[in-house]
Design a protein around this ligand. Structure first.
Ligand code: NAD
Ligand code: MG
Length: 385
């Protein structure tokens, strides 16, 4: 029987690769809904190509234009439209490939409805991990990680009994500025930051990889996905991006998950779980690779990693504040209003101005997110003068 799938963020890097996985599924995955932020021409083209009759656009103007251009299907608009796409369409699985905290609403709508969630949008777990987990538990919906490291960990952990895993080792490529000193980082350009050595991804996560914030967010993500205490999650830099993560067991064995860096592998794993499917990749050629290397991350120079870990440990609204400040800072960097090193500065100052508070509801997260964006924008303003 085919699985009825909705892809949120289908016009992005993960979204388009997920469509490739769907196209190769031989009908096992049936697309029943697609969404994007504002790129309505591409979204319409995708809907027509895959015979999808329901789409949603977060941007209302874009939705209005799509509705004018397309009379064969339903165009939903705004955040309510996104929720309606998920809850009103009788689907079995949602892939959340939206970027940023904007993805939290869709995560909540999916899990609240008891629908299984393939999760690329790590920000949902960073921002609302505890509440998101409680919701999944209450409805019995599963969260299947799409992030490559967490997909690897999911596969490694599945074979082990509870209480036998000592540590999770999350690998990081180190990004384009691995080995740089603070002095060398001072004048790096947007173009340099966007040139990731091993992965091709959307703009926001590529900058997060350059600052190591991406790895910080992933430590928090791993904590929530696997219930692992922070002192048992370690980051190790591995520039070749062949080992996607490892687990260290109580008997001295360490297990690793290897493969070429291609997001279609973890996407296919999540969409077909618990089945496996073919992904067109060459077999891993270890002699050709020759050497795999590992080093400790430089958390003093790349402060975002330490800031994220500290926010995760502090809990409450701190990870939400961290994430919102990061989104504001990355946006400012990409639009040329903030220097690369300013990103960590904005996050640190925002966190110090907004002490962590307890999270009682998703509304309190929305408020913390908005407040952090206001403060972070002020800090950006001040730093750019
Ligand atoms: P992207 O920028 O390429 O695509 C983002 C998608 O989200 C687009 O379809 C866009 O239209 C949509 N979108 C943007 N703002 C929106 C909003 N406010 N409301 C609704 N939709 C909106 O991003 P990406 O690189 O595909 O990353 C998506 C998510 O997956 C991120 O959370 C990222 O951290 C995670 N992730 C990505 C990769 C990767 O290889 N790209 C790997 C691991 C995890
Ligand atoms: Mg990752």
């Amino acid at each position: 029987m085919s699985r009825r799938l909705v892809i949120l963020g289908s016009t992005g890097s993960i979204g388009t690769q997920a469509l490739d996985v769907v196209a190769r599924s031989g009908g096992e995955l049936e697309l029943v809904g697609l969404s994007a932020g504002s790129d309505w021409p591409l979204l319409l083209e995708q809907a027509q190509r895959f015979g999808v009759s329901r789409i949603a656009l977060a941007d209302r103007d874009a939705a209005a234009r799509a509705a004018e251009a397309w009379t064969d299907g339903t165009v939903l608009a705004g955040p309510d439209g996104l929720v309606e796409l998920v809850t009103g369409g009788d689907c079995d699985l949602v892939l959340n490939a939206i970027v940023g905290a904007a993805g939290l609403l869709a995560t909540v709508a999916t899990l609240g409805e008891g629908i299984d969630l393939a999760l690329a949008n790590k920000e949902s777990l960073v921002v609302g991990g505890e509440l998101v987990n409680q919701l999944a538990e209450a409805t019995g919906a599963q969260i299947l990680p799409v992030d490559s490291e967490h997909s690897a960990l999911h596969q490694l952990i599945a074979g082990e009994r509870a209480g036998t895993i000592d540590r999770l080792l999350v690998t990081a490529s180190g990004g384009p500025f691995r080995g740089y000193t603070p002095a060398q980082l001072r004048d790096v350009t947007v173009e340099q930051a966007l040139a990731h050595p091993t992965w091709s991804m959307g703009g926001k996560i590529t900058i997060d990889s350059a600052t190591l914030m991406n790895k910080g967010l992933e430590v928090i993500e791993a904590h929530h996905l696997f219930g692992t205490p922070y002192d048992q999650i370690e980051v190790v830099v591995h520039p070749q991006s062949i080992v996607h993560s490892l687990i260290q067991l109580c008997d001295g064995a360490t297990l690793a998950h290897l493969g070429y860096p291609d997001m279609r592998v973890p996407i296919a794993y999540a969409l077909h779980y618990p089945n496996r499917t073919e992904v067109p990749l060459p077999a891993l050629d270890l002699p050709a690779l020759g050497a795999l290397t590992f080093e400790a991350p430089d958390a003093e120079t790349f402060r975002c990693l330490a800031l994220a870990r500290a926010a995760g440990i502090a809990g409450g609204t701190a990870p939400c504040t961290l994430n919102a400040a990061n989104e504001v800072a990355v946006h400012a960097f990409l639009s040329g209003r903030l220097a690369f090193l300013g990103i960590a500065e904005v996050i640190e100052r925002t966190l110090s101005r907004l002490p962590s508070a307890a999270v009682h509801s998703f509304e309190s997260l929305t408020e913390a997110d908005a407040q952090a964006r206001r403060v972070a924008s002020e800090v950006v303003e001040r730093l750019s003068h």
